[in-house]
Design a protein around this ligand. Structure first.
Ligand code: TXA
Ligand code: MG
Length: 321
């Protein structure tokens, strides 16, 4: 299959993307977090095609992306008041709400679970596409299973070119890390995946504490220990680079560091931003770049800790080899 590269700036391209989706094809779409691999969420065969293209196990649940808050009633029931409080505060935006699924939802979408993840994305072109064509799309990140999530259309092509109908190029993603997933099906409410919106921000809106365990015990297919991995072996190194010994003489390494660039000719040095949001935005992109250098190892200087860095550390824990 030839994967078409469509432009988010071109209305005929966007009409074509909507037609492909309605015809049951898989189309990669930009979101404000990472690129998603979308298919019509009301068409189980179309959704099944996502799993084939990604090589993803069939029991891993997908997030359904909606064009507006009101549509959640078609996908989830019952809906607690807290869902609307959070939706009104953070949607469109990088937050996925886990709710009890409506009875008619195909198990293909939810991996057979009785809950469903819903989100209204803040990427204007995607949002307009969903709202104008009355579409809801199931969309995991648009990467082959376990690999790095793409934050550019080029990166999607690199991983899934030839396996999907089209990619809409909407430029680099604003956040660069996947959405915060909040479980509203049990009390206390919990963050199941750290993301751009922190537990403190969620708690402030609800007026009650939303837990954010560093590692939670909810066994969900898809929340796997090794994930988001570059092909090259990735290791964390101490933030203080002065002690860093040179790689084995036959090995070449790339170093993702922040702060002042170390002057070392034994390493390919890649500078990272030093605030959490910009670091998160750059992370997958820079790992993907380093992956293509043909080095033997990627070294990553340990980033700072603290709530703003939780999502970064969550992804890094799963990315190290
Ligand atoms: O930012 C994002 O959330 C991106 C963009 C494309 O929206 N999507 C994304 O999807 O990251 P995916 O499939 O790569 O990751 C979704 C995670 C998986 O770990 C999955 O197990 C979990 O969400 N998930 C989805 N539905 C769930 C459910 N009903 N219960 C528990 N976990 C669920
Ligand atoms: Mg993913």
């Amino acid at each position: 299959m030839k994967t078409q590269l469509l432009s988010a700036q071109c209305s005929t391209d966007l009409t074509q993307a909507a037609e492909l989706l309605k015809a049951g094809e898989q189309v990669a779409v930009p979101t404000e977090t990472v690129y998603g691999l979308a298919a019509d969420a009301s068409n189980p065969d179309a959704v099944a095609g996502i799993f084939t293209a990604k090589g993803r196990p069939a029991n891993h649940p997908l997030i359904v992306h909606l064009g507006d808050v009101a549509s959640i009633t078609e996908w989830a029931t019952p809906i607690p008041d807290e869902a609307y409080k959070l939706a009104n505060a953070f949607w469109p935006g990088p937050m996925t709400l886990l709710l009890p699924r409506a009875e008619h939802i195909s198990p293909v979408v939810t991996g057979g679970l009785d809950t469903i993840g819903l989100r209204v994305p803040a990427q204007p072109v995607l949002l307009d596409l969903l709202a104008t064509h009355q579409l809801a799309v199931a969309a995991p990140s648009a990467n082959p299973y376990k690999k790095l999530s793409p934050t550019t259309a080029e990166q999607v092509m690199h991983g899934l070119g030839g396996k999907i109908a089209a990619v809409i190029d909407g430029g680099p993603c604003q956040h660069g890390l996947e959405s915060t997933i909040v479980d509203l099906t049990k009390r206390p409410f919990r963050v199941l995946r750290a993301g751009p919106i922190t537990a403190s921000e969620l708690s402030a809106v609800l007026g009650e504490t939303v837990d954010a365990p560093e590692q939670h015990d909810t066994v969900v297919p898809g929340n796997v220990g090794s994930h988001y991995q570059p092909n090259t072996r990735l290791q964390m190194v101490a933030a203080d680079l002065s002690d860093l010994s040179a790689p084995h003489p036959e090995k070449r390494a790339a170093l993702l560091h922040f702060g002042d660039a170390p002057t070392r000719d034994d390493l390919v040095c890649i500078a990272m931003p030093d605030d959490a949001a910009r670091y998160g935005q750059a992370l997958y992109h820079q790992l993907a770049q380093a992956d293509q250098l043909g080095v033997d190892e990627i070294w990553l200087a340990q980033p700072p800790h603290g709530e703003a860095w939780l999502a970064v550390h969550d992804r890094l824990r799963r990315a190290v080899s």
